[in-house]
Design a protein around this ligand. Structure first.
Ligand SMILES: Nc1ncnc2c1ncn2[C@@H]1O[C@H](COP(=O)(O)OP(=O)(O)OP(=O)(O)O)[C@@H](O)[C@H]1O
Ligand SMILES: [Mg+2]
Length: 258
């Protein structure tokens, strides 16, 4: 079931370095939100705090809160590993386990969780690959290594792997930046379909992509030279692109910087 995400006064650090300040935003269930902004403003950093991946970096931490509906993801007793299942992530470079079979790549998370029933694993592999629009291309070679697929197929394999564990939110950090235009469109179509089931946040440097796939757009920027990144504005994508509230947003969208 798709859920909402709400951050309140999120401040994010790498040791002494204050990377992002005071981010408060709400992401509605079954919507696509694009994170845009110049390099280094903290888009990936914010994304990684939404499923507690940030704290995997030694010395990295965050203050403030991240709520998944009414659950505080940083609350006492919350298991970060469970959070990363509920809030799945797809990375910039496709990262399948290269020598593992296509089928085992998809169900790796379930196997890790102790599922051993082969019929059940096969069923989840098929529904996840269908969900990622990859089934028809790989159904005759499920036992072949994941590393043998094209880049675009590998990225869809990673999406299948993320959805196999039934997440409620999918975080995607520039999922198309290593892909050709046709694979990029395939992923964009897929995002549009996945939205009916999941809440999606996608980081992108491609303004056309943000305009095509997202319902809401959040623009981040540095709050000054050497200063932390901040959320400048968030709104409906059509409004942010055609009638932004802040001149910085307009300058960025119209290509005047970044
Ligand atoms: N592991 C890390 N250790 C220390 N500082 C980091 C680390 N990762 C990122 N940073 C710093 O945090 C700030 C935000 O980085 P982040 O990667 O979130 O930016 P971004 O908006 O995703 O940029 P890009 O568009 O280039 O991917 C930058 O100043 C960056 O150098
Ligand atoms: Mg980034």
């Amino acid at each position: 079931m798709a859920k909402s995400l709400t951050t309140t006064d999120l401040n994010i650090y790498y040791g002494d370095f204050h990377a992002v300040k005071d981010v408060s935003l709400r992401i509605a269930p079954k919507s696509v939100t694009a994170f845009i902004g110049p390099s280094g403003c903290g888009k990936s950093t914010v994304l990684r705090t939404l499923n507690r991946m940030h704290e995997v970096t030694p010395g990295a931490y965050a203050t403030g809160s991240v709520m998944l509906d009414d659950i505080d993801l940083y609350g006492a007793g919350v298991d970060p590993v469970g959070v990363r299942t509920t809030v799945g992530m797809v990375f910039q470079r496709p990262n399948p386990f290269p020598t593992m079979s296509i089928r085992d790549n998809v169900v790796a998370g379930l196997k890790l969780a102790g599922v051993r029933d082969k019929a059940r694993l096969d069923e989840v592999a098929e529904t996840s690959l269908r969900g990622a629009n990859l089934w028809n291309e790989v159904k005759d070679r499920l036992d072949k290594p994941g590393g043998g697929l094209s880049g675009g197929q590998q990225q869809r394999l990673c999406i299948a792997r993320a959805i196999a564990v039934s997440p409620q939110v999918l975080l995607m950090d520039e999922p198309c930046s290593a892909l050709d235009p046709i694979s990029t469109l395939a992923i964009e179509d897929l995002v549009a379909e996945l939205k009916s089931t999941y809440t999606i946040v996608i980081v992108t440097h491609n303004m056309q992509q943000a305009a095509r796939v997202s319902d809401r757009t959040a623009f981040f920027n540095l709050s000054g030279a050497g200063r932390p990144g901040e959320l400048v504005e968030i709104g409906d994508t059509a409004d942010v692109f055609s009638n932004p509230e802040c001149s910085q947003t307009e300058d960025y969208i119209s290509g005047r910087f970044g």
